[in-house]
Design a protein around this ligand. Sequence first.
Ligand code: SAM
Length: 282
Amino acid sequence: MIDKILIGDTLEVLKTLSDESVDMGVTSPPYNKQENKKGWLVKNVKYDVISDKKDEKTYQQNQIEVLNELYRVIKPGGSFFYNHKTRWENGIMMHPITWLNQTNWLIRQEIIWDRAIAANIRGWRFWQVDERIYWLYKPKDKNNIGKELLSKHALMTSIWRFSPEQKNPHPAPFPLALPLRCIHSILDENEGIIIDPYVGSGTTCVASKLLNKNYIGIEMSEDYICMAEDRIKNAHKEVEIMLKETEKHKVNKTFKQRKEEGKWQNKNIEKITKKPILDLFS
Ligand SMILES: C[S@@+](CC[C@H](N)C(=O)[O-])C[C@H]1O[C@@H](n2cnc3c(N)ncnc32)[C@H](O)[C@@H]1O
């Protein structure tokens, strides 16, 4: 199953995978947008073989089951990055935390993805330019905290700024930089298998290939699988995006080294709070 995209319903296909056989995952599931969320600036999202229109309770229950299957399939100490957003139906807010808290996963971090562009520019609310990326963690040996990120990755902060993907013909792709950042930060130079249970146009698989890792994808649409396989074959054409992203993960001197060299004193704190945090590492 390595380096393959498996066709079928996510939950059913996940049930066929072995326990603790995958290192990490990244995905953006269907958002249950009811297919009526056309904004002024974006077209309606409609997938080709599956409707994104479910009763919300059924939708959330399905997501809980999918996330728990992923928990089983991913190794202890492994991570899963789950991209979603806050939605409203009839004035009621629906927050991903509601169903994430009902899964086996620990929520290690809530990352804000600043897309810088709003789908809907009406004034019912301040324009929604953010999505969320939940870093989910499967504890190992009863340790809920897990390993530290290397400084060069932690430096990416909890707000990620990527513009939405525009050239991709899939109706709802995420930008390649997003899975690149997740995978590079967790696996760094290590080998690993990455799963994307809603693979769409194969963005996570392309990121895995460019970073010399392996992948498993799941997707219901044959057309999207063809699109993804073609993209994976031509992954080298997207290498510039990978180089641009990995170039950002760089620390000239760590905080620890600066402290050891006496270049850090408490009195600096006042100055620092007025300085962009990224300057501290350059
Ligand atoms: C938000 S898109 C993922 C896009 C992907 N991240 C990319 O960059 O192209 C969700 C995908 O999940 C697929 N999908 C939705 N429900 C599914 C299900 N139950 N089983 C398998 N695939 C499904 C849709 O066909 C769609 O391609």
